[in-house]
Design a protein around this ligand. Sequence first.
Ligand code: BEZ
Length: 212
Amino acid sequence: MATLRLGDTAPDFTAVTSEGTLNFYEYLGDSWGILFSHPADFTPVCTTELGTAAKFKDEFDKRNVKMMALSVDGAASHMEWIKDINETQNTEVNFPIVADVERKVSDLYDMIHPNADDTLTVRSVFIIGPDKKIKLTLTYPASTGRNFYELLRVVDSLQLTANHKVATPANWEHGEKVVVSPSIPTEEAKGIFKKGVEEVKPYLRLTPDPTA
Ligand code: BEZ
């Protein structure tokens, strides 16, 4: 199993999930995707994460992103645990959870890090573009729940920078100024970005978010 890197093709798979047997590529269709693993069912941090993911589904839908979660627990366990998530987190889990009992998908995506835990998946996140290429990877330890606002923020950046010759600065949020791609000379940038280009340094040019 090779480590997956940015720009690699996300491996396809067919797996049993809490919503039946699904093929990953068919599930994604032309959408963006987030595949994320958690260590185990019936654990506290994971319960809050999956409940939070469910509450964020509308926001991911607006961005044409489909979520799929994963752990090495079985489908029956997922179904029982979903009842707890719904009850305790005040939501309805509304995306499939892969039951990766044989660790096939975990191995494909290198989600088990033996020096952290040799049996359970870590908190991996893969954001996948409509071209099925990996656009972002994140790895968190079991002890740290992920920030789903950050995942939305990254999706906003990835989708903006896929369509415009810009990059997004530190802590950027949708609607804030963005950075003109370094490959574009300032004079050319002034022709492209009609809302204006502010040259702070020859290599640091800002322009209003073209989509705001
Ligand atoms: C949790 O989700 O709370 C958790 C899972 C595995 C290890 C530690 C915490």
